[in-house]
Design a binder for this molecule. Sequence first.
Ligand code: PHE
Length: 350
Amino acid sequence: MIISSFLEELAKIEEQLSKQANSSRDDLEKMFLSSNGLFTLISKQITELDPNDRKTAGRSLNQLKTAIEAALAASTSTNAKDKRWIDLTMPGEQPTVGHIHPISQAMAEITGIFERVGFTRVRYPEVDWDWYAFESLNMSPSHPARDEWETFFVDQKADLEKGQVVLTPHTSNGQVREMERLGEPQIRMINIARCYRRQQDVTHTQMFHQFEGLVVDKGINIQHLKGTLDYFAEQFYGPGTKNRIRPFHFQFTEPSFEVDFSCHICSGTGEITKDGRVEKCRFCKSGWHEVGGCGMVHPNVLKAGGIDPDVYTGFAFGWGIERTYTLKKGLEIDDIRLLYSGDFKFLEQF
Ligand code: PHE
């Protein structure tokens, strides 16, 4: 082959290339660079040239190669047929974003409500000594009141002074621990922790959470307790929510009460009017929801915590977060176990 016809061939290929400005990258690659592409074939012919002409031929080949590469590069961003073309204006794929579990949301909300009025959030062991869970709370080892708490005992050697190890059945174990931590009052504690009891049905789970309030200072009385509960009711359940306390018995408070909140569906009346007829409210049946206990701290509990009951008085309250939360307006969850089902269809609603 002579150099002039080689260069003529090259010129033709270059002309072809200039006509292919709108081709896709795949087409360009196939036409010029594949095993029988125009560039591949012509570059093989270089061996057929006179060795003196190869340098000129090589330079021209390189120029063509550069032009082909430029065409390929341009095709990626301008040719709609090319698969590698990206539309930067297209909305991206949304990654799934998780959220905080409803019970953790409730704990944060409760913590915030009490912190705003000067309480401090604390945490105490969820596996604790009998002493803190019962005995320091005025329940001697054989006291029948203990039955209420359906305790899980841990298989471990008992301590001579502090007794057996238990899974905390309530957050009241934090009461004496907080007195020990602070020494001299004032105490304004909000203790939130996991609790465990041998019970499981639509309103109980074996593991649940409680929050416990404890206030100890000079001159604390029932009005402070009631005022704090009123404040919580309105903050957590919304303006207009009422609460009432009913006489009850706990070993660690005297006097003791049970705490009810008014039902938001029937506004505490126990009745709703549907299609002109008066019906019993199905959510509460009585106008009220019972949630937990409270009372004035028993002098023996203050003594167990090293506080002089002749100088200081206090109140305490405590109940389950799950139960409190499921009564919230708009939730009305009738099976507490759903909260721990791990069912996304349920959890994604919060
Ligand atoms: N610890 C009690 C319970 O779990 C509730 C309670 C707390 C009662 C504080 C009085 C004072 O039932």
